[in-house]
Design a protein. Structure first.
Length: 148
């Protein structure tokens, strides 16, 4: 089942120069990048993205962190993309994330856990619409697509 999911690399990923490594891991799993851009989240975008967490004790520090530097936002596409990405990034808490996952290998705290990824197809659609216009999303074949 082809589906799309939203992912963004948090400011510490850029600051630690891990962008290429993280993207490489998604590509090695057979996921196709159909949209990609670097931006600096403003307060409004961050609040919209994390609206379901408003009022929780980690909300304000999270908003402050994700607006502290540039991020890399992307849309990944592939069979069961939401589940595949979540498996690839690992548990939210890096102490619980398995080695070999992005968070297990690179994250140091729950808040600064390298990457955000949609947790459901519904969340993916909502989050994609916050950051990308249809004209920014590309449909193209991969040379090896028939092998996945």
């Amino acid at each position: 089942m082809e589906e799309r999911t939203f992912v963004y690399l948090k400011p510490n990923t850029i600051q630690r120069q891990l962008v290429g490594e993280v993207i490489r891991r998604f590509e090695r799993r057979g996921l196709k990048i159909v949209a990609l851009k670097m931006l600096w989240l403003n307060q409004e975008q961050a609040e919209a993205l994390y609206a379901e967490h408003k009022g929780k004790n980690f909300y304000e520090p999270l908003i402050k962190f994700v607006t502290s530097g540039p991020i890399v936002a992307m849309i990944l596409e592939g069979p069961h993309a939401v589940r595949l990405v979540r498996h690839t990034i690992g548990s939210t808490d890096p102490l619980e994330a398995s080695g070999g996952t992005i968070r297990g290998d690179f994250a140091v705290s729950v808040r600064k856990n390298i990457v955000h990824a949609s947790d459901s197809p519904e969340s993916a659609r909502r989050e994609i619409s916050l950051f990308f216009d249809e004209k920014e999303i590309f449909d193209y074949p991969l040379l090896l697509e028939e092998h996945f």
